[in-house]
Design a protein around this ligand. Structure first.
Ligand code: FDA
Length: 325
């Protein structure tokens, strides 16, 4: 029933005029320009949030587009420094050309990671669908091998492989690992991923435990109460929490502009009251700020990739009390 409703919302939305999609996405996307993103961050800074910035756009078809992303992210780094913002970067390896020309793609990624490294700024590699899981993890490992340890990956709880990935990353870089863990937005084949709600939650929670036990830094990217409540209990049982130095004996190095071994992360426009509550309790809370000219393509692709977002967006508008920005 929910699936049918979601598909209806998606089918209707993608037929709507651009202005309507723009009106809906205004809440989830800072705007078309870097200036828009800076304005949103300045506003949300007053709520105690910190940020990670995403220039919209992913799989590209030419290396000229990859060059655009490299240059735009260079502008982002400068804007973060010039405006003294507490923010890092979220990049999609495919937007830098990884699937088109692996060597040049790696060169582009290394260029932005090096620039960020010069400012002690962290770079998160967003995780795309299962075709690039291995490559994305490998990019992170290669950067660490080159001494660029300001890079971490996203892992997705819904994938069966993720617990093994955590183990294998731990063997290679130990507590220098810095993760974002999320459920995973892509609807993956059922041979490789959980596809229903409770198993996805359980698997994500197991990954959070494994990451915390490995001594890694963990960014918990979820708006879902069972995941957040599990995290709060997992932190407490390990003596971790706001204002406490990370007590894990195997913990990695303290990180600039990060929490004590962990942080919560949420998307712009989603469950603001929950984020503010966690922030008021003293937890580091990071908001994911997407911006860019490609807001329309991004919104439509996200809806098509995962129609359940249709229900969430409809709920946010029809029952705003369930999801205030
Ligand atoms: P769930 O989907 O159950 O959401 C809980 C509630 O939150 C919903 O009922 C609704 O009220 C609200 N909500 C959640 N998402 C919403 C939305 N888009 N619009 C409106 N309301 C919404 N995935 C991935 O594959 N690779 C990645 O790199 C990332 N990166 C990433 C960064 C950050 C900071 C976040 C928060 C999430 C991601 N994700 C991601 C997406 C993630 O995998 C997942 O799809 C979403 O966070 C939704 O899952 P929840 O755990 O929030 O639960």
């Amino acid at each position: 029933m929910v699936g049918l409703f979601s598909r209806m919302v998606v089918a209707m939305t993608i037929r709507m005029p651009r202005w309507f999609v723009g009106w809906v996405s205004r809440r989830y996307v800072a705007g078309p320009t870097l200036d828009d993103a800076v304005k949103v961050m300045k506003r949300l800074s007053k709520e105690g949030a910190c940020f990670t910035i995403d220039v919209l756009g992913e799989e590209i078809s030419t290396m000229e587009e990859a060059q655009f992303f490299l240059e735009e992210y260079q502008r982002v780094v400068s804007a973060i420094i010039d405006n003294d913002l507490d923010s890092n970067l979220s990049i999609k390896p495919t937007a830098f050309g990884l699937l088109l020309d692996k060597d040049k793609g790696m060169e582009n990624i290394e260029a932005i990671v090096k620039m960020a490294h010069g400012y002690d700024m962290f770079v998160r590699l967003d995780m795309e669908d299962h075709r690039v899981t291995d490559d994305t993890i490998q990019v992170m490992l290669d950067m660490h091998e080159k001494g660029l340890t300001n890079v971490g990956v996203v892992l997705q709880g819904r994938l069966f492989r993720t617990l093994d990935d955590i183990k294998s990353i731990e063997e290679k870089i130990g507590p220098n690992a810095d993760y974002r863990i999320c459920k995973g937005i892509y609807l993956e084949p059922e041979q490789i991923a959980h596809s229903t709600r409770q198993p996805i939650i359980d698997a994500t929670n197991q990954c959070i435990d494994a990451m915390l036990d490995s001594g890694a830094y963990v960014g918990i990217a979820s708006h879902d109460h069972p995941v957040i409540n599990h995290t709060l209990t997992a932190l407490e049982s390990r003596g971790m929490g706001p204002g406490k130095e990370d007590p894990r004996s195997n913990a990695g190095p303290a990180r600039k502009q990060k929490g004590p071994g962990y942080e919560f992360q949420m998307l712009l426009g989603v469950r603001g009251p929950l984020r503010r509550k966690l922030c008021n309790q003293g937890h580091t809370t990071r908001v994911y700020i997407p911006y860019g000219e490609k807001w329309y393509e991004y919104s439509i692709r996200r809806l098509k990739e995962n129609p359940t977002i249709g229900t969430q967006v409809a709920k946010a508008f029809l029952m705003p009390w369930t999801n205030r920005p």
